[in-house]
Write a protein that binds this ligand. Structure first.
Ligand SMILES: Cc1ncc(COP(=O)(O)O)c(C=O)c1O
Length: 500
């Protein structure tokens, strides 16, 4: 859509009007995407001249009547892509040469695309208005990703070659079971031995990611309008699935023992509870034994389902992890979720559910019905990877790699901030949270940090309650080598210091 073209501006004063004229509130396009498109096109077509100063995010948000976070995120994204440059204390500017370097080839299909985007469903709009997935998934300090460079791909290649040497037709057809039987057996043994999960191989159902596991649970066990308790702060991915399926997310605050429902919530039982009791995401709180018992008893008497997300318990650097909640459940109310995204690599898209026995048949039928499951050769390779001991030795190796990075990161934090800024949840997993004072705008801090090519995620984005009651930066150490941590953290610290 060729928007109105103001004369090129060098001081940005005409810019809010320029954007406002093109910004169309009646369009179903997410505010973020719309603002991004307007600014990106303006820069690419030199309508916004190199060196132009962008209005402060608060001002532009007010002019457009949209959330300030949306403007901040768009500035952050364009900064990372090289279109904009943030200058501490001065503002955000169109990069020199951005228009020349960013010219991209336009596919014919894009030329023929409809001139104005067609409306999305209410559900689609709601999903995208609170979307949490980040575009950048690699580099210091991207949270939530393992070091995929250290994945033993030679071993995988060898096992893969063996599976492909003479594949039987069943291996290349639609999957009809709840996953490769060898994989289900090896996983059941592994989970019993390492996590205290009580299950038979038949209770293990393979999916293509936790997101899909959550989809299945929400579709089979809840109806639109049903309540789901979510830890607040908590995993945005779960929130997105539940919201997209019309469930009602209820943010439950945390205390030192994990999810802590206030008295008013205990009175209104949810259909589902989503918990990460072994290493709360993202704060790292370990749920106490007493709280586990209380939630399990409550779920049993109120017929709620407890979803236990055990996403990264393999990596614990201090005390041994508490066994899984699932092992304490004598009423069959817990659905245990695991994933290979943290232990192997996220693009593998393999995960699993451990279900109470009576749910296995409905879940495996729904899996075929909704998703026509496959990935059978991958599952066969993974089954051998587990059976031959490669999985446990890879985890052992990675645990010591991450432990060293974790220590280096903590040392860097202490060197720069002493005990001035707290480290939250730093004894397990692949990330920690650097706490910031509650009055600080952690989205703006993360944006500033991003302009120095360091990736973090603001803690406030993980909160359902807004304005977020706690602030901080999530720092992952899976995607950064140990020796690169001090220099990257020094850049981050420099940016953070401007705000303190
Ligand atoms: C809390 C939590 N659970 C689960 C997952 C894994 O999801 P998936 O298996 O879909 O990759 C993630 C990934 O970031 C996560 O942060």
């Amino acid at each position: 859509m060729p928007g109105p073209r103001p004369s090129p501006t060098s001081n940005g004063s005409a810019l809010p009007d320029f954007v406002a004229r093109q910004f169309d509130h009646t369009q179903a396009v997410h505010d973020h995407r719309q603002l991004y498109n307007i600014l990106e096109r303006g820069i690419r077509e030199s309508v916004l001249a190199p060196g132009s100063r962008l209005p402060p995010s608060r001002q532009l948000a007010q002019t457009l009547g949209i959330a300030r976070n949306t403007v901040v995120h768009v500035y952050q994204q364009l900064t990372l892509e090289g279109y904009l440059q943030a200058q501490v204390g001065r503002g955000t500017f169109v990069s020199e040469g951005a228009s020349a370097t960013s010219l991209v080839w336009t596919a014919p299909s894009a030329v023929n695309a409809p001139t104005s985007p067609r409306p999305l469903s209410r559900r689609g709009r709601s999903l995208l208005s609170e979307a949490g997935a980040a575009r950048l998934q690699w580099g210091a300090f991207t949270p939530g990703v393992p070091d995929v460079r250290l994945f033993p791909h030679e071993t995988w290649r060898r096992l893969n070659a063996r599976v492909w040497r003479s594949p039987v037709p069943e291996l290349l057809s639609y999957a009809t079971e709840a996953g490769d039987p060898h994989l289900r057996r090896s996983l059941a043994e592994y989970l019993q031995g390492t996590r205290g999960v009580v299950c038979t191989p038949e209770q293990v159902v393979i999916t293509s990611g936790t997101q899909q596991s959550l989809h299945l649970i929400a579709q089979l066990l809840a109806d639109p309008g049903d309540k789901v308790w979510l830890e607040d702060p908590g995993y945005w991915g779960a929130r997105s699935v539940f919201r997209a399926l019309g469930l009602k997310p209820i943010g439950i605050p945390l205390d030192g023992e994990g999810m802590a429902p206030p008295p008013s919530q205990w009175r209104q039982a949810p259909k589902l509870m989503f918990l990460s009791p072994s290493h709360q995401y993202p704060t790292g709180v370990v749920m106490s034994h007493g709280r586990r018992r209380r939630l399990l008893d409550y779920a049993a008497t109120r017929a709620s389902w407890v979803i236990e997300d055990d996403y990264d318990s393999e990596f614990r650097y201090g005390a041994r992890p508490l066994p899984a909640l699932q092992g304490l459940d004598s009423h069959g109310r817990v659905i245990y979720l695991g994933t290979f995204s943290k232990t192997l690599y996220p693009a593998l898209r393999l995960a699993y559910l451990v279900l109470p026995p009576d749910l296995v048949d409905p879940f495996s039928r729904a899996l075929s019905e909704l998703y026509r499951e496959g990935q059978t050769p991958q599952q066969a390779v993974l089954a051998q990877f587990l059976a031959q001991g490669h999985y446990t030795s890879h985890i052992r190796r990675m645990r010591s790699v991450y432990a060293a990075r974790h220590d280096t990161l903590i040392a860097s934090i202490k060197r720069h901030f002493g005990s001035h800024l707290p480290v939250i949840g730093g004894d397990a997993g692949l990330h920690l949270v650097l706490g910031l004072p509650a009055h600080l705008d952690d989205v703006a801090v993360a944006q500033q940090v991003a302009s120095l090519k360091v990736i973090t995620r603001p803690l406030s984005l993980y909160h359902l309650q807004q304005p977020a009651p706690s602030r901080g930066l999530l720092l992952g150490y899976g995607a950064v080598e140990e020796n690169a941590i001090p220099a990257n953290f020094a850049r981050l610290a420099h940016a953070v210091e401007q705000f303190l």
